[in-house]
Design a protein around this ligand. Structure first.
Ligand code: FUB
Length: 320
């Protein structure tokens, strides 16, 4: 009988542990989650909000990584890359939303440095050390300020795409080396996505001019035969919405909201979605740990189930 009670106790404790996981990281302020499944492990890359902000704005110097084999227990790998990895940009504090992907045994970490454009770091291990393989920014564009929030995926035919942007959306077709791209398409390689209401939903600007709901923070992936762009929408406070397409290059069709505004959310939100061990998860950030400070965010996660036709349900952020 003692043994049964003990077993019951362990069972209850593990259920509580599994549910009491938001925010995932309680020892630092983390944002812009970018999960990567590699070799049976989830590697969660995040940006990092400093405890002390400069000019009451995003103050971010490095990118952190956490890993888990069970989506309950997380190992903290600390800051795996920082602005110091870029010799020419070490004075900035704009280490914004990253994403990492593996190709041929190397790990490519795409990062925006706000006001400096989009760059890439490479490592032989998912947890670093990372180094700058090209010594300059990756994306050579005419709209540096808007070049934030890179998201990357490799299509079935081996073609890798890097999407990014606020409030427009661009992509480049990465070459197989993952650190250069095809300059023969678009504007010297940079392709503009057509921002129509059919593609990204419609919202009027304060001056009455038409606009789409797309704001920033795209998360690009393919699942079954459908391509997905999940993104922050509606301006601020941000919702999470998504669009789907039959190919990696569109045409996109707006599908609606995934996460609406909720009390514990920050004025920004930023999603990363994976399938892991037969379950689907959406990572996002909130301001629950800092008790309402939008420049000190925390990464949280919810499990969800796709509908039979591939649609993503409306997901409610949980506080615990
Ligand atoms: O973390 C800085 C910025 O806030 C990101 O680039 C946006 O996606 C928003 O989350």
């Amino acid at each position: 009988r003692m043994f049964t009670l003990l077993l019951l106790g362990i069972l209850i404790a593990s259920v509580i542990d599994a549910e009491a996981q938001n925010p995932i990281v309680q020892t630092a302020f983390t944002a812009d989650p970018a999960p990567m499944v590699y070799n049976g492990t989830v590697y969660l890359y995040t940006s990092h909000d400093e405890d002390s902000t400069v000019n009451n704005f995003f103050t971010m110097y490095d990118w952190h990584c956490y890993s888990s084999d069970d989506m309950v227990n997380w190992t903290d790998h600390g800051a795996v890359a920082s602005l110091r990895n870029f010799s020419s940009m070490n004075k900035a504090n704009g280490a914004w939303a990253p994403q990492c992907i593996e190709r041929n045994g190397k790990f490519y970490l795409y990062v925006p440095i706000h006001g400096e454009g989009i760059s890439v770091l490479v490592s032989d291990s998912p947890t670093g050390p990372f180094h700058d393989p090209i010594g300059k920014r990756l994306v050579d564009s005419k709209h540096i300020w808007q070049d934030i929030d890179p998201t990357v995926a490799i299509d079935d035919n081996g073609q890798a795409y890097l999407y990014w942007g606020n409030p427009a959306l661009w992509y480049v077709k990465l070459n197989e080396d993952m650190v250069s791209y095809d300059k023969s398409v678009g504007d010297n390689g940079v392709v503009s996505t057509e921002m129509t209401a059919e593609a990204f939903g419609s919202k009027s600007a304060p001056d009455g001019s038409p606009g789409t709901t797309y704001t920033e923070g795209p998360w690009f992936f393919k699942r079954n035969s459908l391509y997905y762009l999940v993104y922050a929408s509606e301006g601020v406070p941000e919702y999470i919405s998504y669009s789907t397409a039959p190919t990696a290059e569109g045409p996109w069709t707006y599908q609606g909201h995934i996460m609406k505004r909720a009390d514990q959310l920050a004025f920004t939100n930023h999603a990363g979605i994976i399938d892991f061990n037969g379950n689907s998860y959406i990572f996002y950030h909130d301001q629950s740990l800092s008790k309402g400070q939008g420049f000190k965010r925390s990464v949280s996660v919810e499990q969800f189930t796709y509908k039979a036709d591939g649609r993503i349900p409306l997901i409610t952020p949980t506080k615990e």
